[in-house]
Design a protein around this ligand. Structure first.
Ligand SMILES: [Ca+2]
Ligand SMILES: [Ca+2]
Ligand SMILES: [Ca+2]
Length: 534
């Protein structure tokens, strides 16, 4: 045994005997089974042959035809005996015990999680929380969900730390500091009074708790997001005119965010409406339905509740269920204990997108504590919460898109939710996806829109260029597309909105000499080309 291997083995013996070896995830090792890695096949074969010859009670197996790792297993073979076995062997790189791996789940310490939040298990929340528990993007922006409802108990201890705070509004000075039409709207707005004093009510509080009751705080329940910013839009559901005022209020915050590059306003990524009107159609209320495209154009996906009756909304009508917008997700009610569609819940293969846990849930329905909560009202905020959770997942491409391409980012999140449901027999054929929300599959199945867009060239000349470069716009490019130029290090050096002209002339005389990439992005299309600056 060479001296390095001796110290390696001694080190491992020391670590293992003190129970501190951190070789693999998990703490329990498999009795009698060990791994040994060699520097080459010749040394591996030699050891393999020696062991097989001298100890027929040991099983030796290669981890693959060209693998340099052997599994050595023997009944009652102790770690010390194994180390003795390998001690006079050439070419050993490493040895270790075989460990059990832990299932990667994150269980919050909220006391009602295990007993009363079965719905979060069905949608694989503990597994999704291994990726993220919500709150902020990797750029540090707070993720905001707007809840449009009658009122909210915003002082509930499970909600008060997860409330949106309007940084542009000075509290209690009687002045509309951010000039959005509402005085002192610090945590949100009361549309009935025009003030920032939030109406108190149970239903909206329950909705909020599902999206983002503080998780892992040893209290009550856990929301889909442990951390989040909940925007209260109270008295939004007593009339459609107030609802539209509410949507406009929410949209304005996101508009400011987008237009300031994330410096102002708020990153509102979802709105939740757990209310509706029966037996109505988009033709009855076109302005209401138009709001969803209008919000979507700023990057907001809306979650809307289907009816609380066992009706086909495609036949009997329902709003917002039948509004046709790609930025609206319509949700029906799955029993949180059994994972089967609740009988008294609306459906529709054209209008109702998916199911989420509803009936038999609990949430923050009063001023201080937790109580029963159900219906499509409870199912819908699971989806609004899922949208928000998505924005906090690091390293998936979405993080780079939401500032510059809010529409594409929003669409990609919607697709991630709808393309990655668990199919349920009770939803199949009567909902668009035939399935129920799955947070883990949503995250793992996420595809950034920039990965699926067309990657096409366009004409530019002259190339190489000294002063003025003329760009012939690709056909069908949207008027609100963005033209950007990046240097070879990936730094953006130029950006402008395209105004629908067929050609753009750009002065690059001040650019340093070198290679540049031009990117034009709009809608679902991405066009890329390169030029050299002399
Ligand atoms: Ca204001
Ligand atoms: Ca103020
Ligand atoms: Ca809690």
């Amino acid at each position: 045994m060479n001296i390095q291997v001796f110290w390696l083995i001694m080190g491992l013996m020391f670590l293992c005997s003190h129970g501190k070896a951190q070789v693999l995830e998990g703490t329990l090792s498999f009795p009698g089974r060990y791994l040994v890695q060699f520097d080459n096949q010749r040394n591996l074969q030699e050891f393999h042959a020696n062991v097989s010859r001298s100890n027929d009670s040991y099983r030796v197996e290669k981890c693959g035809p060209n693998s340099s790792v052997l599994i050595v297993e023997g009944k009652d073979l102790t770690w010390e005996e194994f180390l003795k076995l390998v001690s006079n062997t050439n070419g050993i790189v490493a040895v270790q015990k075989d460990y059990y791996l832990e299932e990667r789940v994150k269980i919050p310490n909220d006391p009602l999680f295990n007993s009363s939040q079965r719905g979060l298990q069905w949608i694989k929340a503990p597994e999704a929380w291994e990726y993220t528990t919500g709150g902020v993007t990797t750029h540090g922006h707070d993720i905001v969900v707007a809840v449009l409802d009658k009122g909210f108990f915003i002082n509930n201890p499970e909600l008060k730390d997860n409330l949106f705070v309007n940084a542009a509004e000075i509290p209690n000075n009687g002045i509309d500091d951010d000039q959005n039409g509402y005085i002192d709207d610090v945590n949100g707005v009361n549309l009935a009074t025009g003030s920032g004093i939030i109406e108190k009510a149970s239903h909206g509080s329950g909705v909020m708790g599902i999206i983002g009751a503080k998780g892992n705080n040893s209290l009550g329940i856990s929301g889909v997001n442990w951390n989040i910013k909940l925007l209260s839009v109270s008295n939004a559901v007593s009339s459609v005119s107030l609802l539209i005022k509410g949507y406009e209020y929410v949209k304005e915050l996101r508009r400011k965010f987008n237009e300031s590059g994330g410096q102002e306003g708020a990153l509102v990524v979802a709105s939740n409406l757990s209310a509706g009107v029966r037996n109505q159609w988009p033709s009855d209320q076109p302005i209401w339905c138009n709001m969803y495209d209008s919000l979507g154009k700023y990057g907001i996906i809306s979650a809307g509740a289907s009816a609380n009756d066992n009706v086909d909304v495609d036949v009997v009508g329902d709003l917002p269920s039948t509004c046709e917008s790609e930025y609206l997700i319509v949700v029906t009610n799955v029993v949180s204990t059994t994972d089967v569609k609740y009988s008294a819940a609306g459906y529709g293969s054209k209008s109702v997108d998916l199911g989420a846990p509803g009936e038999g849930s609990v949430s923050t329905v009063d001023e201080t504590g937790i109580g029963s909560f159900g219906g499509t009202s409870c199912a819908t905020p699971h989806v609004a919460g899922a949208i928000a959770l998505m924005y906090s997942v690091p390293n998936i491409g979405l993080q780079d898109d939401y500032i510059n391409y809010p529409i594409e980012a929003a669409r990609s999140v919607r697709n991630a939710i709808l393309d990655n449901v668990d199919i349920l027999p009770s939803l199949q054929g009567i909902t668009k996806t035939g399935g129920r929300l799955n947070l883990l599959k949503m995250i793992e199945g996420y595809k950034s829109d920039s990965q699926v867009v067309k990657n096409l060239n366009f004409k530019l000349y002259p190339n190489p260029v000294r002063d003025l470069i003329e760009i012939e716009m690709p056909e069908n490019i949207l008027e609100n597309a963005q033209l950007e130029i990046f240097n070879i290090n990936g730094m953006k050096v130029f950006s402008k909105s395209i105004n629908g002209k067929s050609k753009e002339l750009i002065n690059v005389s001040q650019f340093e000499a070198g290679c540049y990439i031009i990117r034009i992005k709009g809608g679902n299309s991405l066009y890329v080309n390169k030029f050299s600056k002399l």
